[in-house]
Design a protein around this ligand. Structure first.
Ligand code: ZN
Length: 422
């Protein structure tokens, strides 16, 4: 197994350097496909793995600018769709022995952050930090890609001994919850007996496997912009309509909303940009907002209230507003709790240290795939792979103990072994 473990680390360090954000994982997708083709696999990618209405796409300009930086030299496959933001890919590896249909999902995107320049940061010390100062694998999806590829490598090497079929899904745009819905709508999770996914870190202790993550929050992501009227702030402010004040007022109102006794709820205004100059009544503002709820009733109610605040504030400041939904994820709670108990017991027997039902306490759009498989009669499980974090997720100094990659691969392989015998 040693060769796989070493490869996981090398892969993780390579992908960290080319960190790309949601729908722009063009180089990342190309490099994943190159690796899979090297293993002799057929890869599905591009338009055929996505729905027609992907949410939260970057502008065409951003997309084509990014596409120019992508290295497409010496490729023997068509990348035109990938360069249009149809990122991610799916590979199917079928054994010749009858058995179960397994699905595994790995997310591949990074975050819009400037990775820390601290020389003590391990990626700086060892030279594998993000080469782009505006992107950073600060959630560990570099490790997820490595585990997904390592799993493919192991399956290919062991296919004679295995039974059933294996579908490995490399999903783009998890941050901002956009890719999961698109791929699920295009059938990524159809026809599976088991759906297996995981996340490294979170609050799990090093060496521990959290089995059957709970606390997936349903979420909606919104962009809100106000358009007012600019005017001279000294000479004739009465002619202006202030889009900055509308946004500031809306931000305060929005943060008073999440009060529910029936479950948990969250709201966050994460971005507010407005105005163009000191002596000008600001004519434009732009906000990024997210809502979360432990169930769809809370989420839908909260989202309706966001609409009311956006509209009401526009009315009171006499400005125009535009509210659009740019991302979405459902919650997930398994309908087969006994399956989670079974898996934890079997993993314990194999020598793993497990932690039953860890709390994710966030949103993850693999929820669409987990739910879809259960709806069609299969079983789904989400693992939390414990590791020591140098800084919290989404922090510029985020990094993790790489032993988690081995733990992850071992967990995936053991899961296949356990379920093949079931
Ligand atoms: Zn993540």
């Amino acid at each position: 197994m040693e060769k796989y473990y070493e490869e996981l680390i090398a892969l993780r360090r390579n992908f960290r350097q080319i960190a790309e954000v949601g729908w722009l994982e063009m180089q990342t997708t190309i490099n994943i496909i190159k690796y899979l083709k090297m293993l002799g696999l057929d890869v599905k990618y591009g338009r055929e793995i996505h729905s027609a209405d992907r949410m939260g796409l970057p502008s065409e300009e951003v997309m084509s600018e990014h596409g120019k930086k992508v290295n497409t030299d010496n490729l023997n496959f068509d990348v035109s769709d990938i360069l249009k933001g149809y990122t991610g890919c799916i590979v199917e590896i079928n054994s010749s022995n009858p058995g179960k249909n397994f699905g595994f999902r790995f997310d591949i995107d990074a975050l819009p952050l400037h990775e820390t320049d601290d020389p003590e940061h391990i990626p700086n010390k060892l030279g594998f930090r993000s080469k782009d100062n505006s992107t950073d694998h600060a959630c560990g999806h570099d490790g997820h890609i490595a585990m997904g590829l390592g799993l493919c490598h192991w399956i290919v090497d062991n296919i004679e001994k295995l039974s059933g079929n294996f579908r490995i899904i490399f999903q783009p745009a998890e941050e901002g919850v956009r890719g999961g819905k698109s791929m699920t709508a295009a059938g990524a999770a159809d026809g599976l007996d088991y759906m297996i996914a995981s996340h490294i870190g979170m609050n799990e202790k090093i060496g521990v496997v959290g089995v059957g993550s709970t606390g997936f929050l349903a979420t909606s992501k919104f962009d809100l912009s106000y358009e007012g009227v600019t005017a001279h702030a000294g000479a004739n402010p009465q002619d202006g309509r202030n889009a900055l004040l509308a946004a500031a007022s809306a931000a305060l109102s929005l943060h008073t909303l999440p009060q529910y006794s029936t479950g948990s709820s969250r709201i966050n205004v994460g971005v507010l940009n407005a105005g163009t100059g000191r002596n000008i009544v600001p004519g434009e503002s732009y906000m990024q907002i997210e809502t979360r709820g432990s169930d769809e009733l809370i989420l839908n109610d909260l989202s309706k209230r966001v609409e009311q605040v956006a509209r009401g504030t526009a009315e009171s400041f006499d400005v125009k507003y535009n509210l659009s939904k740019v991302g979405e994820a459902i919650n997930f709670e398994t309908i087969h709790p006994e399956f989670i108990d079974y898996m934890a017991e079997k993993l314990d027997e194999k020598g793993f240290t497990t932690h039953l039902r860890p709390n994710l306490g966030g949103s993850e759009d693999v929820s669409y795939m987990l739910k879809r498989v259960e709806e069609l009669g299969g079983y789904s499980i989400h693992y939390m792979l414990g590791t020591t974090l140098k800084a919290p997720h989404h922090n510029v100094a985020f990094d993790y103990d790489e032993s988690v990659l081995k733990l992850g691969l071992d967990t995936y392989i053991s899961t296949i072994e356990i379920l093949s015998d079931k």
